[in-house]
Design a protein. Structure first.
Length: 224
């Protein structure tokens, strides 16, 4: 059972998400919050596997709440909810450790699939959306509405990738293309457990939080 915490200041949005997710037999809503200030205590109390969190809220917003929660050991995955795919705050949330984002008007079946994917450690955005986000965040430092000049390869990022073995690098490049574990396993002739093991080693070696941050690093290195 995937345990989910809903965080959104709009009660109607929470009600809609609750109804969508209630239709899935393997998903349980364990708690709800209307402000980011409540998230840490609810995570402690209910131990969710995943937090679905609005990016913009009064008080503590989703960005700050994501930073605080993901800094904790054993933190749940966090998927941000937003209205616009180009929202600069979403990009900053990805850097803070969010596993991805969903638009609030996403189809119900896609939201359910995304919850399952994120809880399993998979990306929750299309390769096209991931490419767009990576380009914007690395070019603008996550500042909302900033123009995005052409990216310049980073020597630091290249040096970090140099810490990886050949197979780990292949997996990192595949992650940057938005591929799932199953797709990587098929493309690189590995088992899915081996792919997961490589990703765990990559995260540990590079001191990263999740696979979105792997993709950001690869993009900054100029290897995409």
């Amino acid at each position: 059972m995937i345990r989910v915490l809903l965080v959104d200041d709009d009660a109607l949005v929470r009600a809609g998400l609750r109804m969508m997710l209630a239709s899935a037999p393997d998903i349980e809503i364990v708690a709800e919050a209307a402000d980011g200030s409540e998230v840490e205590s609810l995570v402690d109390r209910h131990g969710p596997d995943l937090v679905l969190m609005d990016i913009r809220m009064p008080g503590v917003d989703g960005l700050e709440a994501t930073r605080l929660v993901r800094a904790r050991p054993g933190a749940p995955e966090i998927v941000m909810l937003t209205t616009f795919s180009t929202d600069g705050y979403v990009l900053r949330a990805l850097q803070a450790g969010a596993a991805g984002f969903l638009l609030k008007h996403t189809r119900p079946d896609r939201i359910i699939d995304a919850v399952r994917q994120a809880a399993a450690g998979e990306p929750v955005m299309s390769p096209e959306a991931l490419s767009q986000l990576i380009g914007t965040v690395t070019a603008t430092d996550g500042r909302p509405d900033a123009p995005a000049p052409a990216p310049v390869p980073s020597a630091d990022a290249q040096e970090q990738l140099g810490l990886l073995g050949d197979r780990e690098l292949e997996v990192a490049l595949a992650v940057s293309q938005g591929r799932t574990n199953a797709e990587i396993a098929s493309d690189l002739y590995m088992s899915i457990p081996t792919v997961k093991s490589h990703i765990s080693h990559i995260l540990a070696k590079l001191d990263l939080n999740n696979r979105v941050q792997i993709a950001l690093l690869v993009y900054r290195s100029g290897r995409t």
